[in-house]
Design a protein around this ligand. Sequence first.
Ligand SMILES: [Mg+2]
Length: 364
Amino acid sequence: MENSVDKRSRWRGSLLAGAIGDALGAKTEFDSIDRIREIAGPAGITDFIPAYGGVGRITDDTQMTLFTLEGLIRAHVALRLTGDIEVGYFLQLAYQRWLHTQGVPWDRARGPKDDSVQPDGRLVTNRELYSRRAPGLTCFGELEAYGKTGVRGTIDRPINNSKGCGGVMRAAPVALWTDDPSQVFAVAAESSALTHGHPSGYLSSGTFAVIVHHLLDGRSLPDAVDAAKAILVRWPGHAEQLPALDQAFALAEQGSPTPEKVESLGQGNVGETALSMSVYVALTTEDPNSALLASVNHSGDSDSTGSVCGNLVGAMYGEQALRESWLDRLELREVIEGVADDALAEFGPDAPTGDQWSVRYPAH
Ligand SMILES: [Mg+2]
């Protein structure tokens, strides 16, 4: 049945379900499951809970995922024009634009290599994105530092020793970057190494993006994880991510997810468990909507596991399987769908040209 879903539906589904999971967990990031049951009732979270002034509001996880995607589109536009680009630089600048939406003036956010007076492109000209939604301190701090120094974190020159989930939570769009899974892994790892220098902070992203990449092609989750693990083991520093995934598969043999089982894998606040908890939930559910609920009902980093798990199950089941009452109330739905479609156009066989496209996605 999964194979009858087309790639566009899987791709849009991945981004939309990620945002829904983020919004479902927005209110209860790090609340204990007991506290969640107090707030939402004995069944835990079953629907959006008002957060950040409304229902269906997304958080930094979705904001940054959108900027990852915009950075990739702009990098690809530049690649078509010049034939040679450094994708990490485009991702860095995309995150600097996100930093500006968080209230940092552009002349302090843009970094010393950029002398533009105003940030440009599709996302940053959308005022709806100008809102702080409990941004991760590591991301915020390292991007602020880049704004001062222009020094980019890389895998070879780690910027810190953080393995927070702020890298993996924004990495799903890299799935679309190329047909070569090893390159998907490398670019996703690089995207996270901009802010997270510990291997579990960036190898989780590489693994995650490769899993999504294969899910978009209609492969099963166990197949997709196996293919990603085969790449992961070639990278130094995989000693945490690899067993975390194996633990998820072992626990999945015990049937349906419960909050207690989910949190037995971790808190989801670090890269390797944000991914393993999300994979576990996706393995043990049969539709994206129950997966989304299971992914936020635990004592850990609910919005991030909701976001990462949503990216997985949206790609597995497609957008048409997502609960309409969630889609209808999801903040930024049109922006998410619009940028998702733009990405399919840019990465498709007939990439757009012309002035309008280069205003939306400038090649820098
Ligand atoms: Mg968040």
